[in-house]
Design a protein around this ligand. Structure first.
Ligand code: NZQ
Ligand code: ZN
Length: 387
């Protein structure tokens, strides 16, 4: 097993009615920026619950953080915090609001141009000066509530870039599974597929000695397969909702990646599809993931066979199982409402592969994946296969 350090300081407060605990989590003298998205929190009562629980606090609200949060929007919040001497941020929303708040938290005290946080992919290590923040999660998917990563879009240049570091963990996250009742079906589907692909990025690599990590990954995948189709139809079922939310958090809170290799090329390519065409994050993963497994088959086939046997109970030769496992994955994504071809999700796609390869080349991303063998030629093949 590869040496590792595990650090995750986020206090996770999980379950029904937990929003009430906000006053135990935020210092009473804090001046809070309450950050949210396009307004779903007003329709489903989450805003009211948060405000009620924080009665007596000094709160400034900042709304309008869009899905795939824009640098340009977030900089408006940075200005407000600097002007009004705010010292705590509360993100109330999905991955976009939480990621946006991570950026705001880092950008407020940043000396220099905050766009460099993204362009230079600055790492904020433990002890770095950032504004403390907590979250109230409203959409299980990204794991952002318990990890230290963030993905931000620079709208003017259509770039989607990530940053993070151990200073970027939320102080706490309140995960109340009942909040998913108001999610549109499409977002529930997205959440399942995003979490599923997070596990795949950290699991579907090559054979290694992280036996426990593999078993944990496989059980998250199996749980998502078990509950995914049902939670989309019955989001008010608490057993389904709670397992869904916990699986999404566990898929990307750092645990399963410890001591093992990881890939992440599906995400890197997928982010470009969102930046170019506005396709939902999870849907880009459903387009790219299975094609990446096909093109990188020789590298991944042993692990694909293990995945096929353990997750789908497939039988046959190693090669047959590995191939069938890819088909099973695509079938599961279809069950979850995904359209797995790029042409089914966007128009005028002819130049996509060349555009992405050109961008990666300019960024120096010439060798991706767990073996650094996803070259620009392979990236092109993966994208072309997804047309
Ligand atoms: O903006 P509001 O009005 O709140 O509506 C949102 C938004 O339209 C809505 N929504 C959220 N909770 C709701 C709700 N609607 C009704 N009821 C609720 N309870 O859902 C829509 C999508 O929200 P968004 O936050 O964009 O979705 P998600 O959580 O999937 O986040 C996607 C973003 O996270 C990034 C993605 O790239 C994308 O930008 N990721 C972040 C990661 C991380 N930090 O670790 C990893 C991921 O791989 C991902 O890249
Ligand atoms: Zn993702």
């Amino acid at each position: 097993m590869i040496n590792f350090e595990l650090y995750n300081p986020t206090k996770l407060v999980f379950g029904k009615g937990q929003i009430e605990k906000l006053p135990t989590l935020i210092p009473s003298n804090a001046k809070i920026l309450l950050a949210y998205g396009g307004g779903s929190i007003f329709k489903n009562g989450v805003h009211e619950q948060v405000r009620k629980s924080l009665e007596g606090y000094n709160i400034v609200e900042f709304g309008g953080i869009e899905a795939n949060p824009h640098f340009e929007t977030l900089m408006k919040a940075v200005a407000i915090i600097r002007e009004q001497k705010i010292d705590f941020i509360l993100a109330v929303g999905g991955g976009s609001v939480i990621d946006g708040v991570k950026f705001i938290s880092a950008a407020v005290p940043f000396e220099g141009d905050p766009i460099d946080i993204l362009k230079k992919r600055i790492i904020f290590k433990e002890g770095a000066t950032v504004i403390p923040f907590g979250t109230v999660l409203t959409l299980p998917a990204t794991g952002s509530e318990m990890n230290s990563g963030s993905v931000i879009t620079i709208a003017t240049t259509q770039e989607k870039l990530d940053f993070g570091g151990s200073a970027m963990f939320p102080k706490f996250s309140i995960c109340d599974p009942t909040v998913i009742a108001s999610l549109p079906k499409r977002q529930l589907q997205n959440g399942v597929v995003d979490a599923y692909t997070h596990v795949m990025e950290q699991y579907l690599t090559y054979m290694h000695e992280g036996y426990l990590q593999d078993r944990i990954s496989e059980s998250i995948l199996q749980t998502l397969i078990q509950i995914g189709p049902d939670v989309v139809e019955n989001p008010t079922d608490y057993a389904l909702a709670s397992n869904f939310m916990w699986s999404c958090t566990m898929a990307l809170n750092g645990l399963i990646q410890k001591g093992v290799p990881s890939d992440w090329a599906t995400h890197m390519i997928g982010h470009e599809l969102t930046a170019l065409y506005g396709i939902d994050h999870a849907r880009t993963l459903a387009i790219i993931g299975p094609n990446l497994y096909k093109i990188m088959f020789e590298t991944k086939k042993e692990k694909l066979a293990q995945y096929g046997k353990r997750v789908f109970n497939l039988a046959g030769t190693e090669e047959e199982i590995a191939l069938a496992a890819i088909e099973k994955t695509i079938a599961f994504f279809h069950t979850m409402g995904m359209k797995t071809l790029l042409s089914e999700n966007a128009e005028n796609i002819d130049k996509t592969a060349d555009f992405i390869v050109d961008r990666f080349e300019k960024r120096g991303w010439k060798a991706l994946g767990e073996k650094q063998n996803i070259t620009l030629e392979k990236v092109k093949e993966i994208v072309l296969t997804s047309y």
